[in-house]
Design a protein around this ligand. Structure first.
Ligand SMILES: [Zn+2]
Length: 325
């Protein structure tokens, strides 16, 4: 007796083995998906037909795959992989530095969980409950060792770049949209004359940075006050005082009493970005919080404030590589 099944139908979807795969895109981000045929799917991605995400980040490279009994299991794993942090994904594909087995400082306190913290100087600190057993702490560290090593390596690299930052006569210094040389003169004064930063030629290298900061502060107070006056008029607000400080992480701030503070480090940003910070702080005089109304006030003066924020971010990234302490 013949069986009247027609052609060779593929088996029902749910019973075919399925795969989870991870691609590394051209912008170094990861894409995770599931498929019945990894090679076929990879080809589709690289032809721009796999997903909108990968299509704009080609070429994509297959860096990881796992096989499952069926589609449901693969989809569950796909979901779990998507929840992983970038560091965890890197660990999964084996792209991690050697495991961390160095020293750490143990800090016990009345806390409930163990946590690892890497200081700005690159030291590893482990914070643990008062009664946590050393073997539990050690196994916690062992489980996280790849991530610790990776994070520590990033911090160490950043610190190494920072420690290469030196100022000396001839260095070029950013000021708003331009760069100017640092020049030594045979007089006991310092400043900026529109063409160069100048200071006494006989200063030791170790003294130069402090003097350069003094010059930046002098420029900042004048430049920022001018901008505040200009935009306060347009925005019809009347700040009580304008001061320049050395804040590292806040470009500007506005106190309740209408006193505005700005970091001298703003002088290393683009002029358009400085205008944005001034307008941002002036807007706080009428809108204290970053509400939709606040951004409306900013946008009324600077419709392109988003681009200016981006410029500021670039300056922040550049400053992170320089040692201005
Ligand atoms: Zn703000």
């Amino acid at each position: 007796m013949t069986n009247c099944r027609g052609g060779n139908l593929p088996p029902a979807d749910d019973n075919r083995p399925a795969f989870v795969y991870m691609l590394l895109c051209s912008d170094s981000s990861f894409y995770i998906g599931w498929t019945y045929d990894v090679a076929d799917r990879l080809a589709a991605h690289n032809a721009g037909k796999g997903a909108a995400y990968t299509a704009s980040r080609l070429p994509a490279t297959l860096v990881y795959q796992e096989q499952f009994e069926n589609k449901i299991a693969a989809m569950q794993r796909e979901y779990a992989l998507k929840q992983l942090s970038r560091g965890e994904k890197l660990m999964l594909i084996g792209d991690v530095p050697e495991k961390y087995d160095g020293e750490y400082k143990l800090i016990r306190s009345a806390r409930k969980t163990v946590a690892i913290h890497i200081t700005r100087g690159g030291e590893v600190e482990v914070r643990a409950p008062l009664n946590a057993a050393i073997k539990d702490i050690e196994s916690f560290i062992a489980a996280k060792s790849g991530l610790i090593a990776k994070h520590k390596q990033e911090i160490d690299t950043r610190n190494a770049v920072k420690s290469n930052f030196h100022l000396s006569l001839g260095s070029r210094l950013r000021l708003l949209d331009a760069e100017y040389p640092l020049v030594g003169i045979n007089e006991d004064r310092c400043g900026f004359d529109g063409n160069c930063f100048y200071l006494p030629a006989n200063l030791a290298d170790s003294q130069i940075k402090a003097v350069v900061i003094k010059i930046y502060k002098k420029i900042a107070i004048k430049a920022i006050r001018e901008k505040v006056v200009k935009y306060a008029k347009i925005m019809e607000v009347y700040p009580a005082a304008v001061k320049v400080n050395s804040a590292k992480t806040r470009w500007g701030s506005c106190s309740g009493a209408g006193s505005l503070n700005f970091s001298w480090r703003l002088m290393m940003a683009n002029e358009e970005a400085v205008d944005y910070v001034v307008i941002h702080e002036l807007a706080h005089m009428t809108e204290p919080n970053h509400s939709a109304r606040f951004w409306d006030v900013v946008a009324a003066v600077l419709p392109d404030y988003q681009q200016r924020k981006q410029l500021l971010k670039e300056t922040q990234e550049q400053l992170a590589k320089e040692d201005w302490e």
